[in-house]
Design a protein around this ligand. Sequence first.
Ligand SMILES: *[C@@H]1O[C@H](CO)[C@@H](O)[C@H](O)[C@H]1NC(C)=O
Ligand SMILES: *[C@@H]1O[C@H](CO)[C@@H](O)[C@H](O)[C@H]1NC(C)=O
Ligand SMILES: *[C@@H]1O[C@H](CO)[C@@H](O)[C@H](O)[C@H]1NC(C)=O
Ligand SMILES: *[C@@H]1O[C@H](CO)[C@@H](O)[C@H](O)[C@H]1NC(C)=O
Ligand SMILES: *[C@@H]1O[C@H](CO)[C@@H](O)[C@H](O)[C@H]1NC(C)=O
Length: 445
Amino acid sequence: MKFIAPLLASLLLTSATAFRPNQPHPFAGKLEKGLEHRSSDHRLETSKKKDPNKGFVGVPLEVYSRNDGKTELQWLATITVGTPPQTFKVVLDTGSNALILPGSNCTDCGKHSLFDPSKSTTFDPQPALNNTIEYDAGADTVPPNNTGRAECVVVTDTVAIQGLSVSKQQFMLCHNYGGALSSQLADGILGIGSSVVSDWTDDGDFTYVPFLPGLVVEAQSPNRIVGLALGSGGKHQELGPEASIGGVDGARYRGRIKNVNVNEALSELFETFIVDVQASYVGSGKNKKPWRNSTNDNKPLTPGVSFVDSATAYMLTPDRQTAADLYANISRDIIPLDDVGSWGASCATLDGVAMDITFTIGTKTGGDLVDVTLPKSAFNLGEYPGRKGVCQAAFSHSDPPFYEPLEGRPAWVFGSPLIKAYYTVWNADGGTLGWASGADKAKVG
Ligand SMILES: *[C@@H]1O[C@H](CO)[C@@H](O)[C@H](O)[C@H]1NC(C)=O
Ligand SMILES: *[C@@H]1O[C@H](CO)[C@@H](O)[C@H](O)[C@H]1NC(C)=O
Ligand SMILES: *[C@@H]1O[C@H](CO)[C@@H](O)[C@H](O)[C@H]1NC(C)=O
Ligand SMILES: *[C@@H]1O[C@H](CO)[C@@H](O)[C@H](O)[C@H]1NC(C)=O
Ligand SMILES: *[C@@H]1O[C@H](CO)[C@@H](O)[C@H](O)[C@H]1NC(C)=O
């Protein structure tokens, strides 16, 4: 899930801090500002369930899917909030930083578990900031028709995951959820984006420390590293999907983890993980060809950038033409399925023509340049909602483009169909995104 981020020049100018390992402290400076709003002592004496021999805490994830499991939509973790703990299922979202939960007075939160502040002895209604959030991706493979809007109030309470807890976590408690949040399976969203300190508003006046850095502040986690094993096939099928907090889980990947440097300036600006896309290819082996741009004399696509977002269940091309060029090159049978940017064909056709799609990602100035492949087995997202026998292809577009070019480069969104083909390592301290062969077969090129 990506929230609609302000593109303020002031943000561009003030967000120059880089989270590189060689910095004295990854949170230098920024954190102090966020902590102004918290009480002074956060050192926790509570026993930590973290096994020092393992170096990480494993969080089992539950997959929310449809089409009998073929279409995987979201990966949910269980958290508790308040004292005594109230339990919620939340989407782990690398594309945002906030925790968003429905409150007990929510008017349109469907069947979700609702947080009842009156039942928590640690609840603090402060900072009591009214906040409306807009979000652009729902829980499904079909891009949302309208911008979602949730109305919430920022409040504070204890939040815990697998025994790791933050005692005074600010989060959004919503009394109105808007369409996509109401209809998803998860009760809420737990942002695990890259930000050390985030802001509830556009102007830098209401900063807070998101959950992951909060774990570090309270000495619950040594770092802001999260490993994601979303794919659950192959030899470790019995283990099921997992997030590891504080380090990588060696049982979940094979070979070396290749780390790409994120695009620092854009990742800072959007408080998320954005990588440079150097090249894009269609097909595999001898038939691997550049993805070509019909509006540019059929030259290979221009280098771009991509949000990498665990809470988006599809891939989003920079614009309509880019999607049209891909599908024209794969099969004329793949056509638009609706007016919101989904493409597809009959399920048998789509399975027959599916291809590997490969992106070369990373910065040329450092880190690894890595070829990541959306395997052809993930090209077909499964049956389109309400249309029997018609299946959706992995790439959708948004018209007009959801993101205008960033730094002059076409902007993509790489969602879970690509992420789940790998074991991924989201290192917000180091400013890197790591890719390794997961339990599934996908290889890192
Ligand atoms: C729910 O509670 C919040 C916070 O107290 C308040 O702002 C909101 O108006 C309430 N909504 C309803 C429908 O009562
Ligand atoms: C928050 O919203 C509620 C309901 O709309 C309103 O009554 C209240 O005054 C608002 N609070 C602030 C601080 O703006
Ligand atoms: C999107 O909204 C428009 C106008 O409300 C409607 O005509 C169209 O059918 C909707 N499309 C989808 C895919 O829901
Ligand atoms: C395709 O070419 C057009 C015209 O040169 C350019 O504006 C656009 O950014 C290109 N798109 C991609 C994805 O390379
Ligand atoms: C796809 O493009 C390649 C060149 O990049 C071309 O060889 C191939 O014939 C095209 N396939 C289709 C179905 O258009």
